[in-house]
Design a protein. Structure first.
Length: 133
């Protein structure tokens, strides 16, 4: 515990240099990037209100958020992203009641969204599937 406390103490004051801190964190840059992604996310909702119905729950929300961050420089207009995501999630909803569908991405997303959906493997599967869609 002492070692952990000592390590975290090097991050108490980000203005102060520390030989133990290997990454310089720029709070302003982070905040700006966060605001941009949040604005894009809200624009998806404003363009297509039903978008919010498919980001309910941590698994879906964080998967979408991760895609937005990973592709922040190449995102389509919010209405196009929202349309594609909504259409995919409609297929996911249908697959829950008709598991014999052919789309392997849809079935993979369904499987990785059930049970312990915070498991790193399941998160990576959902991320890769959304990235492909």
């Amino acid at each position: 515990q002492l070692l952990l406390d000592t390590y975290y103490a090097h991050y108490d004051d980000l203005e102060q240099e520390s030989e133990f801190r290997t990454v310089n964190f720029d709070e302003e840059t982070f905040s700006e990037k966060f605001r941009n992604i949040k604005e894009y996310f809200l624009n998806c909702y404003n363009e297509k209100n039903e978008f919010v119905n498919y980001v309910i729950g941590n698994a879906h929300f964080y998967s979408v958020w991760a895609i937005l961050i990973a592709h922040k420089d190449n995102l389509p207009i919010p209405s196009d992203f929202a349309d594609r995501y909504i259409n995919f999630m409609l297929e996911v909803e249908n697959a829950k009641s008709q598991p014999k569908l052919e789309n392997s991405n849809v079935l993979g997303y369904v499987k990785s969204s059930t049970g312990a959906s915070t498991d790193i493997n399941q998160r990576l599967i959902r991320f890769k599937i959304l990235e492909d869609e």
